[in-house]
Design a protein around this ligand. Structure first.
Ligand code: HEC
Ligand code: HEC
Ligand code: HEC
Ligand code: HEC
Length: 390
């Protein structure tokens, strides 16, 4: 009964919400230079002060220690030895230069600094293949105003044009408060030829895990190959946008990323402004207060969703580790035909993709618990089928 009332309320709310207000897209080839964040401090002192607070989100957890199975699951790429948790936007340049993972090209800066975003907008795709160190010498700051506003603080402008390319005709259906974040909080790959950052879809409906997997199958794409099993694997990256907008999402169409991650704050003079401290909604009193009408215990609900997703992610990740080791043994045993091994490899590739789609999503299930559980089901099914063949 309570659920029905909540659902009705959510529907009412969704209907009352105005249609998505789209962002605009930056003009490219214009020879722009980036107005640095500090230049806006005087015009928007409150926004700027809240932006600086991202420095406080500084803690890092070593995922390789926390999840020992990834040493095996990511074997064949550097994430298996160097993989730290995400932290505040302030640290992106420091973190990308000190990952321990090898990086040769400037394309690693795609989601780290507006100086690179402007380089792409000025020079085109050739910027992606610039040597990493050459670009580093030109970097002035981490993620800043230019990334989401071009040089017009206040109006939301998509400056990462691959997002507009990937949305195609659906671009105007995405609210600006979501489009701003979807520039980086998405699954992507580097085009094998141009090394340009590219998203694996061309519309909103092609953004589901199933469509993305089909896209990679179609182009026979792999980020890395496991040296012991020969499995050509896909490394999924932070698919927050795809997960939140995906099938089963309760709040897509009702809230934007900014609604839940950038609250309205009030300064000493009693004026309101949009907080630019990007935090969990649970860490912001202003945001949680706006949810309280429907969620009496938001933290408890989120913790429950996350605990369940986490338990399954660890269990299935451990099975993937077992599968990798048993397949490696099978490869050297000489007891299996190439066809038999390839059938196991295909299931391993698929299982790891669906598992990774959840493992690297930063809300740990909270953005869309239905889709999260569905991905975990698909991962487990593939891994179990592979194990049964060995
Ligand atoms: C990661 C993306 C992002 C970055 C970086 C960013 N903003 Fe914003 N900003 C937004 C979004 C999204 C909104 C609109 C929020 C909404 O409408 O709910 C916004 C709104 C604003 C507004 C309008 C507030 C209002 O009251 O209408 C101003 C002014 C602003 N930003 C200034 C800045 C300045 C100055 C910087 C750099 C110090 C900056 N922004 C950095 C995403 C960003
Ligand atoms: C230009 C790329 C970019 C844009 C745009 C962007 N992010 Fe991020 N975001 C990142 C990166 C990269 C990190 C991880 C930083 C690190 O660990 O060094 C991050 C980290 C975060 C974190 C902290 C995660 C943690 O575990 O502590 C939050 C929250 C966040 N982003 C929310 C948002 C929201 C909300 C928006 C849109 C308003 C947004 N981001 C737009 C790139 C971006
Ligand atoms: C309905 C509210 C809601 C919306 C809309 C939403 N999120 Fe979240 N997000 C959450 C919750 C809840 C968490 C889990 C917070 C926690 O664990 O403390 C979360 C976690 C995150 C994190 C990890 C933050 C951290 O501190 O660990 C990032 C990054 C993030 N969201 C980005 C996004 C992006 C990008 C979008 C839009 C595509 C988005 N979120 C839309 C509620 C929302
Ligand atoms: C109008 C009512 C309403 C408001 C306001 C509301 N929610 Fe919800 N929310 C719901 C309903 C209904 C569900 C589905 C719960 C269920 O199935 O038990 C839900 C589910 C969620 C979930 C879990 C999603 C999932 O996939 O399982 C999160 C996280 C969440 N809400 C966060 C928020 C945050 C953060 C806010 C405030 C910014 C908020 N909600 C405001 C009604 C609301």
């Amino acid at each position: 009964m309570k659920r029905t009332i909540l659902l009705l309320l959510a529907l009412l709310c969704a209907c009352a919400v105005a249609a998505a207000e789209p962002a605009s897209v930056v003009t490219t080839g214009a020879g722009v230079s980036v107005v640095p964040a500090s230049d806006w401090a005087e015009t928007y002192p409150d926004v700027y002060a809240s932006y600086l607070k991202n420095q406080e989100n500084s803690a890092v957890i070593d995922h390789v220690e926390e999840y020992p199975m990834i040493a095996t699951v990511y074997e064949g790429m550097a994430f298996n030895a160097y993989y730290n948790s995400a932290r505040g936007h302030y640290y992106t340049v420091e973190d990308v230069t000190s990952t321990g993972r090898p990086h040769k090209l400037a394309n690693c800066f795609t989601c780290k600094t507006p100086d690179f975003t402007a380089a792409v907008n000025n020079e085109g795709v050739s910027a992606y293949t610039m040597p990493f160190e050459d670009m580093l010498a030109k970097v002035n700051e981490s993620i800043s105003c230019y990334n989401c506003h071009a040089n017009e603080a206040g109006s939301v402008v998509v400056t990462h044009t691959y997002l507009a390319d990937a949305m195609g005709a659906d671009f105007d259906k995405v609210d600006k408060g979501t489009a701003a974040c979807a520039q980086c909080h998405v699954e992507y790959y580097f085009d094998p030829e141009t090394k340009a950052t590219t998203l694996p879809y061309g519309s909103l409906s092609a953004m589901s895990p199933d469509s993305i997997y089909a896209y990679y199958e179609e182009m026979d794409f792999a980020d890395y190959t496991n040296p012991r099993t020969g499995v050509r694997q896909i490394k999924v990256q932070h698919p927050e946008f795809e997960t939140f907008m995906g099938e089963g999402s309760v709040h897509a169409g009702q809230f934007s990323c900014a609604d839940c991650h950038m609250g309205t704050a009030t300064n000493e003079a009693g004026e309101t402004y949009v907080s630019h401290e990007w935090v969990s909604p649970l860490a912001s009193e202003a945001i949680s207060a706006s949810c309280a009408a429907c969620h009496k215990d938001l933290a408890g609900m989120v913790a429950g969703i996350q605990a369940h997703a986490e338990e399954r992610t660890v269990a299935i990740g451990t099975k993937l580790e077992t599968l990798t080791n048993r397949l490696a043994e099978a490869v050297t045993s000489g007891k299996y035909t190439d066809e038999q091994l390839d059938a196991v490899r295909a299931l391993n590739r698929k299982g790891q993709f669906y598992w990774d789609f959840v493992f690297v999503e930063n809300s740990e299930g909270a953005h869309n618990s239905k889709l999260t559980e569905k991905c975990l089901d698909q991962a487990e099914e593939a891994v179990d089928a592979a194990l049964a063949l060995l």
